[in-house]
Design a protein around this ligand. Structure first.
Ligand SMILES: [Zn+2]
Ligand SMILES: [Zn+2]
Length: 244
């Protein structure tokens, strides 16, 4: 399996990252990717900037050569009701929205609360992808939630950077992947790059998927066709713009 898109990356807008949007886009192009999503943190994360950032995507190209540039966000879930740190007014216009729990905002949850939180997120129409949900301190009832992610077209992210920054969750990631296969829930393998040097990296995640014979048609960034189909399912306005 080879990846054609990286759907979770950060720029200098998240100040613990190292490169500008321009540098990230140029590197993605150099690597021959077909798409990159820029998904900086929402305003509640300590390294983030102002919410206005998320209404300025018109400043960036939709397509550069063969590369589709999605302008999105990695929003923080702030409570078990599934409230987020970026308002719907901004989210509805973004090209790709990842919802994540970070321990800086929610240090720990009971299994019951984490399950409730993700069930609420699954029903939010503005969320496209579930970010690095394998963390041990936010363990949830996978059997209960993953079928609901599948029904609501939420893509489950298998985050390559987790092996470095959240290493205790690796066994959970494997369990999540097995259940995504069982319930036909689509996934994306992303670098969560914070510099140009990490874009498109896959770490041990592809090997993990091979070890459980994970179907390639469920990996939305494993082919251009899968990826475009996913944008269609999410009814993304950018499809119209890139066709123009
Ligand atoms: Zn994150
Ligand atoms: Zn991230």
């Amino acid at each position: 399996m080879k990846l054609i898109a990286d759907l979770h990356t950060h720029t200098l807008f998240s100040s613990h990252a190292f490169n500008t949007a321009t540098e990230m886009i140029n590197q993605a192009q150099k690597l021959g990717l077909k798409a990159i999503a820029i998904t900086d943190h929402g305003p509640l994360m300590p390294d983030s900037g102002h919410e206005w950032h998320f209404m300025n995507k018109g400043q960036l190209p939709k397509k550069l050569g063969d590369l589709i540039v999605l302008y999105g966000a990695e929003v923080d879930v702030v409570n078990i009701n599934g409230d987020l740190d970026i308002g719907d007014y901004y989210l509805k216009n973004l090209d790709w929205v990842v919802a994540s729990i970070h321990k800086e905002i929610i240090p720990k949850l009971s299994c019951e609360d984490a399950t409730q939180l993700w069930l609420n997120i699954a029903r939010n129409p503005y969320i496209d992808m579930i970010g690095h949900c394998e963390q041990v301190q936010h363990f949830f009832d996978y059997e209960k939630v993953i079928p609901v992610f599948a029904e609501n077209n939420k893509v489950v992210e298998l985050n390559v950077n987790s092996a470095v920054v959240r290493p205790t969750g690796q066994q959970n990631m494997l369990e999540i992947a097995k259940l995504c296969k069982k319930y036909r829930c689509r996934v994306a393998v992303n670098s969560d790059a914070h510099s140009i040097y990490k874009i498109g990296q896959t770490g041990n995640v592809l090997q993990m998927l091979e070890s459980i014979d994970f179907p390639q048609e469920l990996v939305i960034n494993a082919s251009y066709e899968n990826f475009i189909n996913e944008l269609k399912i999410h009814n993304k306005y950018i499809l119209k713009q890139i066709e123009e």
